[in-house]
Design a protein around this ligand. Structure first.
Ligand code: MLT
Ligand code: ZN
Length: 468
């Protein structure tokens, strides 16, 4: 019997018959990422039911040299959860809310909790867990933290990283680090939790977290504004921020093509305007104070912007269901784009003030490179995070288009980084952007990352080949 086979047998014994999957058809969903672009393989999918089981599985893998790809909801976009041999360890069965302390404004959850369930638990206690993204109905909080997810409320509440007070982590030798402190002030030495947040499972496996909660919004207003260009959208953002301050919780942008794709492929999506517009800004204002005159603030901002010609048309949602309809347009873009053939995605950030310049420059460059290419630009304008996605020219060969990915990546990433930006704003590195990490990060940073990896995972069993 090979060493690996002995390790796999021992793992099966630890987790019991409910705790593993070995049938090819049942393993298939764990071996591929969202868009079907990255395929992997593994010997076993392991579904531990407790932290103790995870620790024992990791101990066995460390002793047997078996790689572990930890997986949450497998909704990532850069191949970070796709295994390359060894085992997939899914945290799906570790899905308890361990505690909620309303006075401390914290919730302690296990990593397999689905994000929407964490939001719901907070809501039931009259509070808010603000992390919010398209896949919230299936992604898991452990994955959100391991990838430092962003989403649509970063402007007001920060990235996943900013929402964590404490962590419990199974280290690469199977030791459990119990760091579930629920403190807002704890200045005692290195801030170790931040090593594991955003590490994509390469340094350890997050098994539980203490998360920050906030007062629940009691007033909410949503609007969609249309504009001729992104300079105008940026102007509107500045106005809205100045007028509404922290009440401005989301400020998203999308181009006309996004609106077209959304309405073409999602029967529930509807363009609220009579005429087409080059760009749209989706804004949301919230407040924990029930009587807050958010609507007045929104109307004042929008009418001033209309008067100055910055905005060409605008709608304010008159009901929750209308607000949901406006959000639907924004949230369906990724799915709609799949129906338009092959796509090359870019998830970049630049200083907010330079978003128009970046989009104009990148658009001119990629259109010159391949006439007919379709730029699908949208994203979290308030965070300077642009999803500068490219759809294949109509009728073109999808595979031939995808084969040019490197070329387009180079154009777009060079431009973003040259403007002081990032080649990966919120989706992470995985395998997709591993080469870019070495290309664009200062050598000192890459070296520090390698030294940390070697120190924390000397046998290279934690999600090997990802990030670094
Ligand atoms: C989004 O903001 O909708 C996603 O991060 C973008 C994507 O799927 O590319
Ligand atoms: Zn995004």
């Amino acid at each position: 019997m090979s060493a690996t086979q002995a390790t796999l047998d021992a793992i099966r014994a630890v987790v019991g018959p409910q705790g593993w999957i070995a049938e090819a058809a049942d393993m298939a969903p764990y071996l591929v990422e969202e868009r079907g672009l990255h395929f992997g393989s593994c010997a076993l999918v392991v579904r531990p039911a407790s932290v103790a089981e995870i620790a024992e599985v990791v101990r066995l893998c460390a002793a047997g040299g078996v790689p572990i790809a930890a997986q949450g909801g497998n909704t990532g976009l850069v191949g970070g959860g796709v295994p390359d041999g060894g085992i997939v360890l899914t945290t799906a069965r570790l899905n308890r809310v361990r505690a909620l302390d309303a006075l401390n404004h914290t919730i302690t959850v296990e990593s397999g909790c689905v994000l929407a369930d964490v939001q719901k638990a907070a809501e039931e206690a009259g509070l808010l867990f603000p992390l919010s993204l398209g896949s919230e109905g299936s992604c898991q909080i452990g994955g959100n933290l391991s990838t430092n997810a962003g989403g649509v409320a970063v402007l007001r509440y920060g990235n996943a990283r900013d929402l964590v007070l404490g962590l419990e982590v199974v280290l690469a030798d199977g030791t459990v680090w119990e760091g579930l402190r629920a403190l807002r002030k704890d200045n005692a030495g290195f801030e170790l939790k931040h090593l594991f947040i955003g590490a994509e499972g390469t340094l350890g496996i997050i098994t539980a977290a203490v998360l920050k909660l906030f007062p629940a919004p009691k007033a909410r207003e949503t609007a969609l504004a249309a504009a001729d260009d992104l300079v105008a959208v940026l102007g509107l953002f500045a106005r809205a921020r100045a007028a509404a301050g922290d009440s401005l919780t989301a400020f998203e942008m999308m181009s006309r093509r996004c609106m077209e794709f959304a309405c073409r492929h999602d029967k529930g999506a509807r363009d609220p305007f009579a005429a087409p517009h080059a760009y749209y800004a989706l804004m949301e204002l919230t407040s924990p104070r029930p009587g807050e005159p958010l609507r007045d603030a929104l109307e004042t901002v929008l009418s001033a912007a209309l008067e100055d010609g910055e905005v060409t048309d605008a709608v304010i949602a008159a009901s929750t269901s209308q607000a949901r309809d406006l959000w639907r347009i924004r949230e369906t873009i990724t799915e709609a784009q799949k129906h338009e053939g092959a796509s090359i995605k870019h998830d970049v950030s630049v200083p907010v003030s330079r978003v128009p310049e970046f989009v104009a420059g990148a658009t001119a460059s990629v259109e010159a490179e391949l006439p007919g290419i379709r730029v699908v630009d949208f994203g979290h304008m308030g965070d300077g995070n642009v999803h500068f996605n490219l759809s294949q020219p109509e009728g073109a060969d999808g595979a031939a288009f995808l084969a040019q990915r490197e070329r387009f990546n180079r154009i777009v990433h060079d431009l973003a980084v040259g403007m002081g930006g990032s080649f990966s704003a919120e989706h992470g590195i995985g395998t997709l952007k591993r080469d870019d990490l070495v290309r664009y990060k200062p050598a000192v940073e890459v070296d520090l990352m390698r030294r940390l990896k070697a120190a924390l995972d000397p046998n290279d069993i934690m999600n090997p080949g990802k990030v670094l």
